[in-house]
Design a protein around this ligand. Structure first.
Ligand SMILES: [Zn+2]
Length: 354
């Protein structure tokens, strides 16, 4: 099922407000776990969060010369439509590619992933204590039992990713964390940032860590092989993982790279912009055995999932982080850029490929 959009303007706002616009497959439901996929103005296929969906629609409905803020009525309307159940976006759990699933709570920014390795389940960033009943339910919905989770991998120690680790450690799953973030998980020190997520209620139960990961480590989980890429800056021990599965180059990016150049939250006292810029450049230039890798699928810690051309999100993040670092270097107090608004402000127009 594919709906075409051409020459979008305010005239097509009624279609937009019914939520048809941009949704190109998934509504028919080939399986109960198929996602709702949307095409971006530059022809990339993504499974968007509500906020990204709003950004995409805003991008397409503004006309050159308008300020980004002129899209606020569109945003308000779409939020209403979503709340009323008329705008269909992804529902959890959903299938990303064969044996890879996204878990979580509808329209929450937090992303949790489950991989069936053929010899046990690998759970990535299990998130909040308060979500675990939902997560256990979603694992069962997919036809598995939570006792099949053999490994829990953290992209980094922040509480929104790691709070429930201790419950999985009690269930005898092996906890895998980047070396420089491991002590935070074991001790619950301030690096886990207990204050940052209301959902976490400022409470962190320390967890045992069974395996510390270093740059370049190659980890085998059943039939799945992950390559560790140490990417400090957001936290000292943040690790991204590359894997090749079902013919796709997949990047598990934690908070380091998010859709369309959205960057990590850098408001914590341990954040380091210089390290962070090096880390995103390292991802953009990632090579394995001398061969440059162009990422296809982006599995980020938050928000929208890129189903193709994930390399673009990596490169956009480099651009935006470079811009922020340069502006901070000349004294500007800046630690956040919305990538869609930024691109719009740069006057970048896209010709959607046919
Ligand atoms: Zn984080």
């Amino acid at each position: 099922m594919r709906s075409h959009r051409k020459g979008v303007g305010y005239a097509s706002a009624c279609a937009l407000l019914l939520g048809f616009c941009g949704v190109i497959w998934g509504q028919g439901g080939r399986s109960p776990f198929e996602p709702v996929v949307v095409e971006t103005p530059w022809g990339q296929h993504v499974v968007p969060s509500l906020e990204t969906y709003i950004d995409i629609q805003t991008y397409e409905h503004l006309t050159p010369g308008q300020e980004w803020s002129a899209g606020e009525p569109i945003a308000t309307k779409l939020r209403e439509e979503y709340r009323a159940g008329r705008l269909k976006l992804r529902r959890y759990p959903w299938r990303i590619t064969e044996s890879v699933y996204a878990l979580g709570r509808d329209n929450m920014e937090q992303q949790i992933y489950l991989l069936d390795t053929g010899q046990g389940l690998l759970l990535i960033d299990p998130s909040f204590d308060a979500w675990q009943d939902d997560i256990l339910g979603e694992i069962r919905q997919l036809g598995y039992d939570p006792s099949q989770v053999k490994w829990v991998l953290l992209t980094h120690c922040h509480i929104d990713h790691s709070q429930s680790c201790h419950t999985w450690h009690e269930r005898k799953a092996m906890i895998v964390v980047g070396d420089a973030d491991a002590h935070a998980v074991e001790s619950g020190n301030s690096l886990v940032a207990t204050w940052v997520e209301p959902e976490a209620q400022r409470h962190f139960t320390p967890s045992g860590v069974d395996l510390r990961v270093y740059d370049g480590d190659v980890l085998h989980f059943g039939k799945v092989t992950l390559h560790a890429i140490w990417t400090p800056g957001h936290t000292p021990g943040a690790i991204c993982y590359y894997l090749y599965l079902n013919g796709k180059h997949i990047l598990i990016s934690g908070d380091i790279v998010l859709h369309n150049g959205r960057h990590a939250w850098m408001g914590n006292p341990y954040a380091d912009w210089g390290q962070y810029l090096n880390s995103v450049e390292k991802l953009a230039n990632f090579a394995l055995d001398g061969k440059a890798i162009q990422f296809d699928i982006l599995l980020p810690g938050h928000g929208t999932v890129d189903m193709d051309n994930a390399q673009r999100s990596v490169e956009e993040t480099v651009k935006i982080v470079r811009n922020i670092v340069a502006r901070r270097g000349s004294g500007e107090k800046l630690d956040w850029i919305n990538p869609y608004a930024w691109n719009w402000g740069q006057g970048i127009a896209y010709q959607r490929p046919n």
